[in-house]
Ligand binder design. Structure first.
Ligand code: COA
Ligand code: AMP
Length: 637
């Protein structure tokens, strides 16, 4: 059996051979003769002369190989009391028919389709139907508000939007269609059509350019897969950066499919015929890669779960799903396990179910705190595997490659770099730091297949945001260290991105909203530690001179307005619940707000205060407010 070190070395010593062999796991319309085009760094292209169709590889290929009657996707929705199994043959047929619908609406190769859907199988059908046509999907997470959706519609300029009448959050029905209508009102780009799935829980009012999903599929004829160059974009997935304008991460088809197909047996130890349950959302990269594409590319069964780990109907649903479908590997964010631990500290629900099929629990999306790691390990008595990656990378950067060799686990470390990832830690001058010392985590270029080739319509921002800090390296935005054994420790973001319940959010985006209030002169939003969600945002605003704050109830009203503005403009998912009104914010002499210093006070690390600070008395008055903000979030639940 190969060992991790051998596999990693092979990927370094013979990069071309390693990835061409990995690409051999797929069906190519035209097989690639070379792996990497390095002629235009930092714009690398994987399998430049290959042609394939990713949806064919995810569905038709398995039907042709005799897996037509095997479950491809199991939909399990305790919130609507529904369960449905799609065999590979059925899923292929539904995807082909919906591709026919999109083709009938004029969608072809390279056209964009925005998908704004809850966790229903039709979301997966819509994504794969785009892939079947060589069109580019851009899935927008349902928890984002109309304005965020509008920004994405303007950037991606879709021909069609696919949406649904509603999503379900616990026992609440959230109408999606009014949000979509509002987003289209706000956007400068107007899609030609909207295809709307009417769910029984809410009826959407239909307009002139809206098409009913059920009517459309009833009359459509199926479309065949369209082979496209490997380097064509498969999707755009927007993610939070340091400003309010999200980054459109582009994913190519051939490199991504190759990396995912490699990762399933080697990292997640899941092969054709086995079942993986990824509890995330199709709106995030984890959902794209490990609910949709990777399991299907591997011929495995994927569970699409609509609901939360706790709440409706109880905290036993994850365990029920695992027992019911014989799940081999489960993947979710640590926050989901913190929610389970809080609700069911002794694991009584877990003990009600037969979990003998479950071999691994994979956790990613935020730092896995040692306490949660220990709780899950003791409860399940299986390897609990932390691993680290990002929207930009599409698949894990650092993991414990369970399918190759299970390396000894060190709590707090997502373990070691996967093939293709040359991970280093640099100091501010770009020099490698000694083992065990903290710095910026970077990846030496070229990045492996699956990682983003650029940002949508914005090569310049791609270079500026990621490729310029250290020549020849990709700046991950995370800080951390590598120990003597080559284990990577990821300590957190070094920029203004925060991670709330595994959801990546921009504090800069929230600041833009707060700053737009007429009474606000300036503001800062920082992430503070939260026992359940890992981090939550807290806002601090300074009022404009002349604003009369003495009126009774003024401060409470303002705080409520600011919270509501963020909810309306960014979305409920931002989870900004508190804004403090303060006299001043700490700044450098050149006027830059010292957010890092504020974060350091709030999380108790007490970073050294920069010598460039303008007036230390500001910090003295702010300190108790910051400490209170963190304490409040920890006591909240
Ligand atoms: N559509 C509409 N609203 C949504 C939504 C969606 N798809 N997803 C979340 N929201 C809303 C929630 O209803 C909530 O609204 P509220 O403030 O009115 O209650 C708000 O956005 C925040 O949601 P969330 O962060 O999910 O918090 P929660 O308290 O509802 O649940 C957890 C907390 C930890 C149980 C949940 O986040 C979870 O299971 N996370 C782990 C899995 C995961 O999604 N990981 C993502 C990346 S791997
Ligand atoms: P996203 O792009 O939404 O997947 O978020 C990526 C960010 O989540 C990373 O840059 C990290 O800050 C954080 N993250 C993801 N996985 C881990 C992990 N295993 N440990 C620590 N942080 C993580």
């Amino acid at each position: 059996m190969a060992e991790y070190e051998d596999v990693f070395r092979a990927s370094v010593e013979d990069r071309e051979g390693f990835w061409l062999r990995a690409a051999g796991a797929l069906d190519w319309h035209r097989a690639p003769t070379r792996a990497l085009d390095e002629s235009n760094p930092p714009f690398y292209r994987w399998f430049p002369d290959g042609e394939l169709n990713v949806a064919h590889n995810a569905l038709d290929r398995h039907v042709e190989a005799g897996r037509g009657e095997q479950a491809a996707l199991v939909y399990d929705s305790p919130v609507t009391d529904a369960k449905r199994t799609y065999t590979y043959a059925r899923l292929r047929d539904e995807v082909a028919t919906f591709a026919g619908v999109l083709r009938g609406l004029g969608v072809g190769r390279g056209d964009r389709v925005v998908v704004y859907m809850p966790m229903v199988p039709e979301a997966v059908v819509a994504m794969l139907a785009c892939a079947r046509l060589g069109a580019v999907h851009s899935v927008v997470f349902g928890g984002f508000a109309a304005k965020e959706l509008a920004v994405r519609i303007d950037d991606a300029a879709p021909k069609v939007v696919v949406s649904a009448s509603c999503g379900i959050e616990g026992s609440r029905v959230i109408a999606y269609k009014p949000l979509l209508d509002r987003a289209i009102e706000l956007s400068a780009h107007k899609p030609e059509r909207q295809v709307i799935l009417q769910r029984p829980q809410a009826q959407a009012a239909m307009g002139d350019t809206d098409v009913d999903w059920a009517d459309a599929v009833a009359t459509a004829s199926p479309a065949d897969p369209v082979p496209v160059p490997s380097t064509d974009p498969l999707y755009i997935l927007y993610t939070s950066g340091t400003t309010g304008k999200p980054k459109g991460v582009v994913r190519d088809g051939g490199g991504y499919a190759t990396a995912l197909a490699w990762s399933m047996p080697n990292v997640y130890d899941v092969s054709a015929g086995q079942t993986i349950f990824t509890a995330s959302d199709v709106g995030w990269v984890v959902g794209h890669s490990y609910i949709v594409y990777a399991p299907l590319l591997a011929g495995a069964t994927t569970v699409l779960y609509e609901g939360k780990p706790v709440g409706t109907p109880d905290a036993g649903q994850f365990w029920r799903v695992m027992a019911e479908y014989g799940v081999r590997s489960m993947f979710t964010a640590p926050t989901a396990f913190r929610a389970l631990k809080k609700e069911d500290p002794n694991g009584e629900y877990a003990r009600k179910y037969d979990l003998s099929s479950l071999k691994y629990l994979f956790l990613a999306g935020e730092r896995l705190d040692p306490e949660t790691y220990r709780w899950a390990s003791a409860l399940l008595e299986i390897p609990v595997i932390d691993h680290w990656w990002q929207t930009e990378t599409g698949w894990p950067i650092v993991a414990n490659p369970a399918g190759i060799e299970l390396l000894p686990i060190k709590p707090g470390s997502p373990t070691r770099p996967l093939p293709g990832w040359d991970i280093q830690v640099l100091d501010t001058d770009g020099k490698p730091v000694p083992a065990g010392q903290d710095g910026a985590i970077v990846a030496k270029l070229p990045l492996p297949p699956g990682a983003f080739p650029t940002l949508w319509n914005d090569d310049e921002r791609f270079v500026k945001s990621y490729m310029s800090a250290f020549e020849g390296y990709y700046l991950t935005g995370d800080g951390g260290r590598i120990d003597d054994d080559g284990y990577v420790f990821v300590m957190g973001r070094t920029d203004d991105v925060i991670n709330v319940a595994g959801h990546r959010l921009s504090t800069g985006g929230m600041e833009e909203v707060l700053a737009s209030h007429p009474d606000v002169a300036e503001c800062a939003v920082i992430g503070v530690a939260d026992q359940l969600k890992g981090q939550i945002p807290r806002g601090f605003v300074v009022l404009k001179a002349g604003v009369d704050a003495s009126a009774e109830g003024y401060e409470d009203t303002l705080r409520a307005e600011l919270v509501q503005m963020v909810r309306d403009q960014v979305g409920a998912v931002a989870a900004l619940k508190d804004v403090a009104i303060v006299a001043a914010l700490p700044k450098t002499r050149s006027g830059k707000i010292l957010r890092k210093t504020m974060r350091g006070i709030a999380d108790g690390t007490n970073e050294p205060v920069p010598s460039t600070i303008e007036g230390t008395d500001v910090l003295d008055t702010l300190r108790p407010v910051l400490v209170r903000a963190t304490n409040a979030s920890s006591e909240r639940r």
